[in-house]
Design a protein around this ligand. Structure first.
Ligand code: 9WN
Length: 413
């Protein structure tokens, strides 16, 4: 109990220290803008600590919404930032707002975050203010970002939030090299072996160069990188259901959002069948993103998928590696315990998994993972990600979403 109180206070301090007054930075040094799904996790934590501040976090993110509905992956509330690629690299497009932003999006978790605020401190006026904007974003996904098979179509690995996940390796290798020279800035505060490789960055920037040339709106099927992503689809499906509930609170018809959710879930179920038949690019869940995506949709395979979270040689804990789930199974040849989305444990992902296990009625598995996640942070600190064997903190320290999800996980005990 004392440990929880101490941890809660420490989490509160991390969030306060990263608060710029306009938005909460993901971390003290590495990421100076407001990132989209970071803001959603931060909102979930702040909902417990200070609902009014949580509402402002949502408003700050939505100030970056584009005319066509897209909520960008980064809102640069200050133009002059030590981050690459910054506002000058992203450039400006006719449908962008006054504030500088990137030109791509990120996992749409905002409706879920707003639902958390609403459960703790309901304010219909706030819902009336933000629900239409989120609905606009979701409709943009529906109209602009679906593959023919119905999954969410992503145009950059950064959109998935899981940048160097091996599930993008094949598509990244096919990206033609751009012509612009650049210098990375992401290895100043974080060791190079914990970050994506230079080859990854070359491809990331080549995609930005190509997308910028088409004002970030390439015709379907023509982009240099296009992947139907199960993880993004499942995040959106879940958010659509939250949006429907929120809209109904306002007397709106939740039907269209529920319908979009059902369509996405149908596409995920078909992708699962294809994966089983060996036809799907995502393959069997070789990454936690795909696993979560498939698991988030009710299916006869749910028991088996939940079981794989406990597999000691795969995603699950083992005697020598107690922290889980690894983002890539430990027995996969590309597993790397330190390198970003290729193996380390991420507290925000654990939150998604716990939440989904609870919703699916897997109370015991949820409770086990909730405790492990809280212990991992209590023992090692509020790091961006963690070594599955040693628990060593990796990436940025004092990371906002780690603090935010701990606040929520503690509140669930
Ligand atoms: C690129 C801010 C973001 C997270 C992503 C994470 C990382 C950026 C980067 O940091 O990505 O968007 O510079 O590496 O992969 O999930 O939102 O925390």
């Amino acid at each position: 109990m004392k440990v929880s109180r101490h941890l809660l206070q420490a989490a509160r301090e991390v969030l306060a220290a990263n608060d710029t007054g306009v938005f909460v930075k993901p971390g003290p040094h590495q990421y100076p803008g407001q990132w989209n799904w970071d803001a959603a996790f931060v909102t979930i934590g702040l909902a417990h600590l200070d609902p009014a501040r949580a509402r402002d976090e949502v408003r700050a993110l939505l100030s970056g919404q584009w005319d066509d509905g897209m909520v960008p992956h980064i809102v640069f509330h200050q133009r002059d930032v030590e981050y690459f690629p910054g506002p000058d690299v992203w450039g400006r497009t006719p449908f962008a707002p006054a504030v500088a932003t990137s030109g791509i999006t990120q996992p749409p978790l905002l409706a879920t975050a707003v639902a958390r605020i609403h459960r703790i401190d309901p304010q219909p006026r706030f819902l009336a203010e933000v629900v239409p904007a989120i609905d606009h974003w979701h409709r943009w996904f529906h109209h602009q970002r679906r593959t023919p098979a119905g999954l969410v179509r992503i145009l950059h690995p950064w959109e998935s939030g899981m940048d160097n996940s091996p599930r993008f390796d094949a598509a990244l290798a096919a990206v033609p090299s751009g012509s612009e020279a650049f210098q990375r800035r992401d290895q100043v505060h974080v060791p190079a072996d914990q970050r994506p490789t230079d080859n990854d960055y070359q491809a990331y920037l080549s995609i930005v160069e190509a997308l910028r040339g088409e004002s970030y709106r390439p015709a379907p099927g023509s982009a240099v990188f296009e992947v139907g992503d199960v993880f993004m689809s499942a995040v959106l499906a879940r958010s659509e259901r939250d949006l429907a509930d929120l809209g109904e609170q306002l007397g709106h018809d939740g039907g269209p959002a529920r319908c979009r959710a059902a369509e996405l879930e149908g596409a995920i179920a078909r992708a699962w069948d294809q994966a089983q038949a060996g036809l799907c690019q995502d393959g069997a869940p070789r990454t936690i993103g795909s696993l979560w995506g498939f698991l988030a949709v009710p299916s006869p395979a749910a028991g088996r998928l939940v079981g794989s979270l406990a597999d000691p040689s795969g995603f699950g804990p083992s005697v020598d590696a107690p922290w889980y789930p690894a983002t890539v199974p430990k027995d996969d040849p590309v597993f790397d315990p330190c390198r970003y989305w290729r193996g380390p444990v991420w507290a925000n992902v654990n939150w998604l998994v716990v939440d989904m296990l609870e919703a699916g009625g897997h109370a015991e598995a949820a409770s086990r993972l909730r405790h492990v996640t809280v212990d991992m942070v209590a023992e090692n600190g509020f790091w961006e990600y963690f070594h599955p064997y040693t628990g060593q903190g990796l990436g940025s320290d004092n990371f906002s979403w780690t603090a935010a999800v701990v606040v929520d996980l503690l509140a669930r005990s």
